[in-house]
Design a protein. Structure first.
Length: 240
């Protein structure tokens, strides 16, 4: 029984699931279902919005000539072959910087400058780069105290580099990883780099308010931190 949907692949579940049709406008996309690429007019597809009935993931699908899928596969394989040397080099560089003791004060300071924010009384979040000047050495690496909690920028830098090394390894093995997924993974890594008042690492991931780790009126923008680490690890924009 399909429960009012079609069995197709859901990327969130990583498996075939029943997905119902929804309007593309639900995903803030135009309602038009017949789409043509302005630059490549031979690319035409029929677009549908979908919602997985198993996990609730909403996404767009495009039905098009299968020959274009074959073309995509060929181009992807050629691209992966072309970037392999650069990927291996970037992976080695990230791996060297993935140890906590290898993170310099300058690296931790730069991370804080990129990600520290302040929830201004005018209800506007503003940059707070001077928070970086409060960095000190903690048993868990470079740290900045925020009330009863401590954010660990040194750990964030080390663990983000470790995650980037894994990502580059997957690329070298022929698996495509897109920048949006990389950023999502780095944000998760950063959200785990908090210590409690007793000096121990926070159990699990620190609760987030959107992209922010909130410590009273002081914030860490995990998205800005992830963007900063991605630029550092992939300065040539190898990852799509």
């Amino acid at each position: 029984m399909t429960r009012g949907g079609t069995k197709i692949f859901c990327s969130e579940c990583g498996d075939i699931q029943v997905c119902r049709a929804i309007s593309p406008t639900t995903l803030n996309e135009p309602s038009a279902q017949r789409v043509q690429d302005d630059r490549h007019t031979d690319l035409n597809w029929f677009r549908r919005g979908r919602e997985c009935l198993n996990c609730g993931h909403q996404f767009l699908t495009g039905e098009l000539d299968e020959a274009f899928i074959r073309e995509l596969v060929s181009l992807r394989e050629a691209w992966l072959t072309k970037i392999k040397t650069a990927v291996l080099k970037a992976g080695r560089r990230a791996n060297k910087q993935s140890r906590l003791e290898a993170v310099s004060y300058e690296d931790a300071h730069a991370f804080m400058v990129a990600s520290a924010k302040w929830d201004h009384p005018s209800y506007q979040v503003v940059d707070a780069p001077k928070h970086a000047n409060r960095i000190y050495e903690h048993p868990l690496g470079w740290a900045v105290d925020y009330g009863a909690n401590t954010f660990l920028p040194g750990m964030a830098v080390a663990r983000c580099n470790r995650e980037m090394a894994h990502i580059f390894e997957r690329l070298a093995q022929g698996h495509v990883v897109f920048r949006s997924e990389v950023l999502r993974r780095l944000i998760t890594v950063i959200s785990g780099c908090v210590a409690t008042q007793d000096g121990f690492e926070y159990n699990g991931y620190y609760p987030m308010d959107g992209v922010y780790l909130t410590f009273g009126t002081q914030l860490i923008d995990a998205d800005d931190g992830a963007q900063f680490m991605l630029r550092k690890a992939d300065p040539d924009s190898i990852i799509l």
